[in-house]
Structures are given as structure tokens and as C-alpha cells.
Design a binder for this molecule. Sequence first.
Ligand SMILES: Cc1cc2nc3c(=O)[nH]c(=O)nc-3n(C[C@H](O)[C@H](O)[C@H](O)COP(=O)(O)O)c2cc1C
Length: 207
Amino acid sequence: MNVLHISGSPKGERSDSRKLAARFLERYRVRHPSHDIRHVDVFDGRANPGFGAVHAFHKLAPLFGEPQTAEGKRAWVATERLIGDFDRADKILLSCPMWNYSVPWAMKRYLDNLMQPGRTFGFDAETRQHIGLLRDRPVQLILTRSSTDEDDRTDFQLPYLRHVFEAMGLADIRVLSACATTWRSAEDRQAYIDSFTPQLEHAADAL
Ligand SMILES: Cc1cc2nc3c(=O)[nH]c(=O)nc-3n(C[C@H](O)[C@H](O)[C@H](O)COP(=O)(O)O)c2cc1C
């Protein structure tokens, strides 16, 4: 069994979502000492390569009946490595802050690498629906925001994440959101994080 932790904050040890994920994993390790836990930081450019024109042309060439270039094939090696690392995971833990109602750009870049037609999702021309091509497995989301509530109509973080995983075939999505992370004192901020311990432990036991 192996778990892939995808972290989406650049704030390292000071990150709220990272602290919550650490609490989750602390409990998970106690429950499953033999499980392998891997980590990918989406702000690490080597683990999460850029995705630009070469990639976009390469990705769409087969759909346009065009040949894929040597340059595109070279660029695709890192994207395929990212997809392979993701697909080897039996369980996914994704921790991520909200940035301007959605996910940070680096998380979007990670998902732009991951979401590939013919590889992680397909398209049914008759129903015009996307079909997931990856095997289903549990996905635990740990999301942080300072003020946007989970059911707020301006929440483009959770609905977006939910949709991309479902589109790839991962439908077992569990969510823990901390929606009021901003407090004036360090003690209050820590107390707020600590208040999630029972929920995090329960979620870790269930993953
Ligand atoms: C660039 C940026 C944009 C943000 N946008 C939002 C937002 O749209 N809604 C919200 O509730 N909080 C927003 N926040 C607050 C963060 O989501 C919040 O501080 C979160 O706890 C940070 O998690 P982290 O410490 O793991 O990075 C934003 C923070 C930053 C740095």
C-alpha cells in the first residue's frame, strides 16, 4: 500500500494545510506503519514541470491528426513521470489552500500535467461526457481558507478539485475544510488548527 501526499502551499512548515496534513499523517502512520508515504510539493519545479506551448501542441496533436514532434516527446517525459507517480498511489492525500477562490497556480499546473486525454480521461463523443481512465481509489482533500465557506457560491476550489478527480475516474472523495484560518495571535491560529484533530484522526482511520 502506498499513499501519495500532494501538497499545494508554498509556505512549508508554516502552512496551515501542511500542518493539518501532518496531523492526519501522524495518525495514519500509527495505524499503518508498513505503508509507504510519498510526498510531492507542487511548488517544486522539478517534481511539477512547466506546461506550455510545446506540451499543448503535443497533447492535442493526435486529436488534430497531426504528428507529434521530437521536442514534444522530450517535453512529455516529465509529464508522463508525474502521471505515473500519481497512478502508482493506492490512496491520495491532497492538502491545499484557497487562492483567490480557487487553487494556487502550482496546483493548477500539477493538474494540467495530470489531466491528459487518452491517458487519464477519455471522451465519449455520443454523450459528450468525459470518462475516467484511472482506477478509483480514495482521495482525502484537506483544504484551507481564511474566509470562504465550503458552501459559498464563490468556492471554485472544492468543486474544481472534486470535478477533476471524478473526471479521471476517482470518485471516492473525502473532504475536510478549515475555512477560518486567519487569527491575530499565533496561539489562536494554533488552537484553530488543533480543533481539527478529532476530525483528522477520524479521517485518517477511514482512509
Ligand atoms: C494569494 C492568496 C490568495 C488567497 N485567497 C483566498 C480566498 O480567495 N479566500 C479565502 O478564504 N482565503 C484566501 N486566502 C487565505 C488562505 O487560503 C489561507 O490563509 C489558508 O489558510 C492558507 O493555507 P496555507 O497556510 O496552507 O497556505 C488567500 C491567501 C493567499 C496567500
